[in-house]
Design a protein. Structure first.
Length: 199
């Protein structure tokens, strides 16, 4: 009962962005209850946000020792690996998290980002689309797919996805700029074609 009260205080501090106070409250819980999964989770998140990645990793690994099916701990370990540039390890963690929780939107999304970083564009699009099946109202996903399609030269398909991101969020500046540039480029190429045709 005491640890629940302290944990609620820790959460309160965390929600107010008082990370140091939240951290101290969680450490207090861990001192007398080292296997408290809620406190370990919050500690892991706090350390991650404070860029104390080694300590964050330690807390999430402890959770996995207590419960190997904790998909949220796997997801966070994946994020830590990603921050450290260990993309293959991050990919493995996100895939394991998805195996446990098949509708884990954030894991699909982060996995797609990792695959895009690795240049595995087809697989990245596949996982972005899976995240769209779970949450079809995310302009970031449409934008990211659009950008990949531009990289591989599929301009018309890219324009569709970029347009969708603007349709969902009309203030989505990045997609608007890209669409504008491609519209101008297309108009320029059309004019150039007509000029060359007259020669």
């Amino acid at each position: 009962m005491k640890d629940e009260r302290i944990f609620n205080l820790a959460l309160e501090h965390y929600n107010k962005s008082n990370l140091k106070e939240a951290y101290l409250k969680c450490k207090e819980i861990i001192r007398f209850d080292p296997d408290n999964i809620n406190a370990l989770h919050l500690l892991g998140v706090i350390c991650y946000e404070m860029q104390e990645y080694n300590e964050s990793l330690m807390h999430f690994q402890k959770i996995l020792e207590l419960d190997s099916t904790d998909y949220y701990a796997l997801f966070n370990i994946g994020n830590i690996h990603n921050e450290a540039g260990r993309l293959k390890d991050a990919e493995i963690c996100f895939k394991k998290a998805i195996e446990i929780k098949h509708d884990f939107y954030d894991a699909y999304y982060n996995l797609a980002i990792i695959l895009e970083k690795k240049g595995e564009f087809d697989d990245a699009i596949l996982y972005y689309r899976k995240s769209l099946e779970i949450n079809p109202h995310q302009p970031d996903i449409y934008n990211n797919i659009g950008n990949i399609l531009l990289k591989v030269g599929k301009v018309d398909d890219a324009i569709y996805y970029l347009s969708m991101s603007v349709k969902i969020n009309p203030e989505y500046t990045l997609a608007i700029i890209i669409l504008d540039l491609h519209t101008k480029k297309k108009n320029y190429l059309t004019k150039l074609y007509h000029v060359l045709k007259k020669l």
